[in-house]
Design a protein around this ligand. Sequence first.
Ligand SMILES: *Cc1c(COP(=O)(O)O)cnc(C)c1O
Length: 465
Amino acid sequence: MQARDRLRALPSVSALLAGAPGAALIERYGRPAATAALRAALDEARRAAVDGASDIGAPDALADRALAALASGDRSGLRPLYNLTGVILHTNLGRAQLADAAVEAATEAMRSAVALEFDLETGRRGERDDHLRALLRELSGAEDATIVNNNAAAVLLALNALACGREAIVSRGELIEIGGAFRMPEIMAQAGVKLVEVGTTNRTHLKDYRAALSPETGVMLKAHPSNYRIEGFVAEADPRELSALADEAGVPLMNDLGSGVLVDLARYGVTREPTVREAARHAGVVTFSGDKLLGGPQAGFIVGRRALIEKINRNPMKRALRVDKIRLAAIEATLKLYRDPERLEARLPTLRFIARAQAEVAALAQGLAPRVRAALGGSFSVEPVACRSQIGSGALPLDAIPSAGLAVAAAGGGGAIERLAAALRRLERPVVGRIEAGRLILDLRCLEDDEAFVANLQGLADGLA
Ligand SMILES: *Cc1c(COP(=O)(O)O)cnc(C)c1O
């Protein structure tokens, strides 16, 4: 056949739309998108026809290509994935996975009107934070509480409300960078407070804070070093004494805990951290995250003395940083789980992942190895291995949790492992591991549904070809 005849044999867009495959595309993606995709498939077929190809113009083949393009364009970048990186709270992968109770509460709140700022008793206007105030007071022991978008916002708002135009005294050992552009000195500048550094990188004493106090002091700030540790010849001021000094000077003491914990973590096999309750006992206000060790949605909490919280709530930035009904519902449901510590681990994915025994993960790796080997085909070896998970999000950076997983190696080399990792990321439910010394390590600590995991790998057949 001549190119001209091949072109003439191609169907028209309207004929394709009128046929059964066209109707199926319209049903699924709507007429404008179906038309555009069929037109693109036809353009491609026309170019191929000119180049001499003869078998690409059948209506079904064109519809299949349009469907593939529509399906891939329709796939969400936010679709669920398997986090097998070994970092439980991976900031780039959305940190905490929420408890079922939180998911259900958020879903209900999304679907309907709720009394967000409405008092059901009096029928008058209410306060959105009131839904959580009592619960946060109960769990933290603090007099009052307020909630904002994330902990960075909590720190910014609290500093601005308590000390704008004045000085903030901070230890040189606590001028931290958390990542994602959160650097304490920069946040302070944005909050309008003047940084007054005291002490040294490794040692700061009570007397350093005392010497820096002046009529210009607006706040004394303590910040949790989160993602790093200084060890050896170190000293920091005792929280009780620091708090007494702040009271004596009439200056609020703020403690940015970062990953605030509400329970004793030693129970879950990791290093004990001061809890929010303990911190709140020796500070005017304490700030912490919702989606780090607490295991809830992104949020920032400020708990502390009533007069300080009132001042923070009166700041106009509070309005700009407030939290919507969906998250408030999820936070409330998450916090309520803490009322029953016995069942917390079963219900809260973050703590469940942290506490999961290595033996259990190792057994999972043993069981999965042959099935994953079969799914990857002959060019890869798949072996169970011991590895170490991390909590992530700057929490307990030195705590490596003994874990287990699969080590995948390529027989061929030459970028085969990188290509496999890329194919895994393109799956219907992407699989994200980590490449270490030329092998792809899939840490199974956060994998709970192994059947679905194996079924999802069947999609690799095309990806690896
Ligand atoms: C993580 C962290 C923050 C920022 O919290 P986000 O919830 O990520 O906004 C602030 N301060 C400290 C000490 C942290 O560890």
